[in-house]
Design a protein around this ligand. Structure first.
Ligand code: PGA
Ligand code: ZN
Length: 413
């Protein structure tokens, strides 16, 4: 996006491997080339129709521009021009607006959001082991993550997690269970059961010198829609097929026995009753996050809040398709008293816009994958740079508080 006076805004759309069915559709070319995954059609849409529709518009009016994009596409799922074409454009517009003001995006957003000091640094949620669709189903659970709940700053949370990541790598290779790294940079483990992942996390936290649950806690993305449909779930690692109640029971049992603070998509996107029951059972003690189930959609968040399905929402801009709709989903979460995590995708790029959105909008948690691979590290490093600027301005260290349910309710804290 080039503005009349020369300011430039860039953005790249990410892609997900475990997508929710309610997401904005990512437009791919199909056919033979690149296995059908090429995006020449989406790029052409940006350079023709979208270019013409936005020419002469004021980039400071993000909502108006996003409305134009939505109307131009004309489909609720954004499949005509492509959710990827739309979100890249929408983010480029915002980046151009900040560039025109010659300030970082998080700073540009801060005053717009009414918190001019831009004080909130998100608490990182970092993947240690990758599974599910990100590791060819080698283990059913998708993300075995940690959250440094006891860390007092963004930098400290990264330090602690880096040590846990290293410790996990050593533990896995010593036991002959390390196969490589998965899509988001987490270790690709060779486990005999899903629960082994939890044991490795606890051991790695301890080996790194931290107390599980107090300093560093466990967070899971079950991504249950990937191994279940119509309330039947097939855990191949555990050689078990379960109904909704049985899976719910297994996860509640894990919450009882392991220092878990957050569980994402514990049941399938088509199993709202299961999600209500799981939230009822553990929602006071842990964060229950809707990703595939809520797909960064304000109406879905409103509807979920009415029945208390989940108590937090994953915010992924490309699920919504425009930044205004992304922000609306975040606002709906805030209104409902739901937690929020701004998140990257399994197919990521060097684009760091989401880190700025997290700080600028005041989203309390940030999930961008593991502690390896530059498309991940670039985002953690961007957070560090923002933290440094904030620390200089305030003359102290900016605290991080993920707004998680109180740890005091955990038996091990
Ligand atoms: P995805 O994974 O980008 O493949 O959807 C991330 C997640 O499920 O949170
Ligand atoms: Zn997820």
């Amino acid at each position: 996006m080039t503005l009349r006076f020369g300011a430039i805004g860039r953005a790249i759309a990410p892609a997900g491997a475990s997508t929710g069915t309610g997401e904005a559709v990512e437009r791919r070319d199909g056919g033979e080339a690149f296995g059908g995954l090429d995006v020449k059609g989406a790029v052409a849409a940006v350079n023709s129709e979208i270019h013409l529709a936005l020419k002469g518009k004021d980039v400071r009016d993000q909502e108006e521009i996003d409305n134009v994009l939505r109307e131009l596409d004309g489909m609720t799922d954004k499949s005509r021009l492509g959710g990827n074409a739309l979100i890249a454009t929408s983010m480029a517009v915002l980046n151009a607006a900040a560039a025109a003001e010659k300030i970082p995006l998080w700073q540009y957003l801060g005053p717009l959001m009414g918190h001019s000091d831009g004080t909130v640094l998100p608490l990182p949620e970092i993947q240690i082991l990758g599974g599910g669709a990100h590791a060819a189903g080698r283990v059913d659970i998708q993300d075995f993550m940690v959250i440094a709940v006891g860390a007092s700053s963004f930098a400290e949370a990264l330090d602690w997690t880096a040590e846990v990541y290293r410790a996990a790598g050593t533990l896995l290779s010593e036991s002959g269970r390390l196969e490589g790294v998965a899509d988001e940079g987490g270790f690709w483990p060779a486990f005999d059961s899903n629960e082994e992942g939890l044991d490795v996390l606890v051991s790695a936290i301890e080996k790194s010198g931290r107390t599980p649950g107090q300093d560093v806690a466990i967070s899971l993305d079950i991504a249950a829609s990937e191994f279940g449909a119509e309330r039947r779930y097939k855990l191949s690692r555990d050689k078990q097929e379960m109904d909704s109640d049985a899976l719910c029971g297994m996860l509640v049992d894990w919450v009882e026995r392991y220092p878990i603070v957050s569980v994402e998509d514990p049941l399938g996107e088509d199993d709202p009753d299961g999600l209500v029951r799981f939230t009822w059972a553990v929602g006071k003690r842990v964060q229950v996050v809707g990703d595939d189930f809520l797909v960064t959609n304000a109406d879905r968040v409103d509807a979920a809040a009415k029945v208390s399905a989940c108590n937090a929402v994953l915010i992924k801009p490309n699920q919504a398709g425009t930044l205004s709709e992304t922000k609306a989903a975040f606002d709906a979460a805030e209104k409902a008293g739901y937690g929020a995590i701004i998140s990257a995708r399994s197919g990521e790029t060097e684009d760091v816009t989401i880190v700025h959105l997290g700080v600028g909008w005041g989203v309390k948690q940030l999930k961008v994958g593991s502690f390896a691979r530059s498309e991940r590290m670039g985002k953690w490093n961007e957070g560090l740079r923002i933290a440094e600027t904030l620390n200089q301005t305030s003359g102290g260290t900016q605290p991080v508080d993920g707004n998680l349910p109180p740890r005091s309710s955990f038996p091990w804290s």
